[in-house]
Ligand binder design. Structure first.
Ligand code: NAD
Length: 445
């Protein structure tokens, strides 16, 4: 039996291991999932909601343990890890109820009805940056729709996923929710197995691979992929609010967030004042291990991620970027708060998702230039515009699934979480999102 070892993101000491699921074992899991699915699907929506609610109650005493595992496996500070664990646990019952409402049959009067039926067996493949929340967002609608689910968590965060699934399985019927461990090889075997849908959160590169391999069985897809989110700061923006947001959104989760602000385009007339404020706010952030007080930027999740950020910073320096704060030669495992200006389109920092605590700034003279450049990306997850009344017209021109005006993206609770262009398709949240996990069936009578 091959083992997958999990490491502490700060100390790199081994903290535990799990057995890697072989391709043959994947086939067994899929068979068990198919065996369990009809009885699960035969339950009413209300019954599934009740069972899931009870299952989530098992997690309540585990909140601190789950938070600590998140912190240790991927590095975020314990306060943020607590929000993630607590938010996931608390949202379970409410989320299940919301999905139940969205999946109730819709009457077509005397003509018949529209039904939202199970698809069968669904694979949920999740990333490490929000290891509980990202899995949960896709698990709940998939289960509520009457599917059985096989979760393939990130190989960086197997222990927290294991603890989560084991607790839920104290209540869920056997075979309805199972876990497959391993890296992309395990993911590939799962995508190619006898399943009906892949609900994926992760990188664009992996998403393309999954889409190609799902094609032969025409498997349903929800693809929640990467982003390279722009922020436009107009001349009449509230500069203090804009600077505070630029820093907070670039540094959240050490920048390892799909909707982190990755590129800031600021009107040259106010650029100097904006940059001074950005540097002042950025200087207040403190890096450190997850369990130290006042730390708000943890270590990068792994050495590969650390190296990726350094290479982008070094590329930017070699192409003329100026460092207003920080350097391009940090030792493992931290990237200190970094602010770079003079961003150009030739730099990797502009072209690629950075996933590190970096504010990257470019100046513009004409708003149309900024809009063009903000949209000049294969990605289209989020975009943010800070400005006066004209910000609304600029926001209308953003090629993104989610646009924030003088605030972050995502909307109020219950809104869809959705990308445009190569940030994916299919989505979760809202009635339309919940229905992505079901087969629509129209009954005429
Ligand atoms: P990743 O794509 O490397 O891995 C994600 C998961 O996919 C892991 O479980 C991995 O083992 C698996 N995997 C990788 N290649 C695969 C393949 N060919 N076939 C099947 N499975 C495969 O991503 P990551 O580094 O874990 O996460 C970071 C990425 O996730 C970033 O790009 C980030 O923007 C994105 N993300 C997007 C959202 C969103 O809501 N759109 C949310 C969180 C993270």
């Amino acid at each position: 039996m091959q083992k997958l070892t999990s490491y502490d993101a700060f100390s790199r000491e081994a903290i535990g291991d799990v057995a890697i699921t072989s391709a043959a074992e994947i086939d067994q899991l899929v068979q068990q999932a198919w065996q369990a699915q009809p009885a699960w699907a035969a339950l009413s929506l209300a019954a599934r909601q009740q069972i899931l609610t009870q299952a989530f109650e098992q997690l309540v005493p585990l909140q601190d343990q789950l938070a600590t595992l998140i912190s240790r496996e991927m590095g975020k500070d314990i306060r943020r890890a607590g929000y993630e664990a607590g938010g996931t646990i608390q949202s379970g019952a409410y989320f299940a109820g919301e999905v139940a409402a969205a999946l109730a049959p819709e009457s077509l009067g005397s003509h018949g009805e529209i039904q939202y039926r199970p698809l069968g067996v669904v694979a949920v493949i999740s990333p490490w940056n929000y290891p509980l929340a990202m899995a949960n967002n896709l698990l709940i609608p998939a289960l509520m729709a009457g599917n059985s689910v096989i979760l393939k968590p990130s190989e960086e965060t197997p222990l927290v996923a294991d603890a989560f699934v084991n607790a839920l399985n104290q209540v869920l019927p056997v075979g309805v929710l199972q876990i497959a461990h391993g890296d992309e090889q395990t993911g590939k075997a799962l995508v190619e197995a006898d399943i009906r849908m892949v609900a994926f959160t992760g990188s664009l590169q992996a998403g393309k691979h999954i889409m190609a391999h799902a094609a032969s069985g025409l498997k349903r897809l929800v693809m929640e992929l990467g982003g390279n989110d722009p922020m436009i700061v107009m001349a009449d923006a509230d500069l203090d609010a804009a600077a505070r947001f630029a820093v907070a959104s670039s540094f959240e989760n050490a920048g390892q967030m799909c909707t982190a602000t990755e590129r800031v385009y600021v009107d040259s007339r106010i650029a100097q004042a904006f940059e001074e404020k950005v540097v002042a706010y950025a200087s207040q952030y403190k890096t450190g291990p997850w369990n130290q007080p006042r730390v708000n930027i943890g270590p990068l999740a792994n050495p590969r991620q650390h190296q990726q950020v350094l290479l982008q910073l070094q590329d930017a320096r070699s192409k003329g970027a100026r460092f207003l704060l920080g350097r391009d030669d940090y030792a493992l495992p931290f990237i200190e708060p970094t602010v770079v200006t003079g961003l150009t389109m030739e730099m990797q920092l502009e072209q690629e998702e950075t996933f590190g605590p970096v504010v990257a700034i470019a100046h513009f003279d004409e708003i149309d230039q900024a809009i063009w450049r903000a949209n000049h990306s294969p990605y289209g997850l989020g975009a943010v515009v800070f400005g006066g009344a004209g910000a609304h017209a600029v926001a209308e021109q953003m090629e993104a699934g989610m646009v924030g005006i003088n605030q972050g993206v995502g909307g109020p609770g219950g809104a869809p979480w959705v990308g445009a262009k190569q940030s994916g398709f299919g989505f979760h949240g809202s009635a339309a999102g919940h229905r992505q996990f079901a087969q629509v069936r129209v009954i005429s009578r």
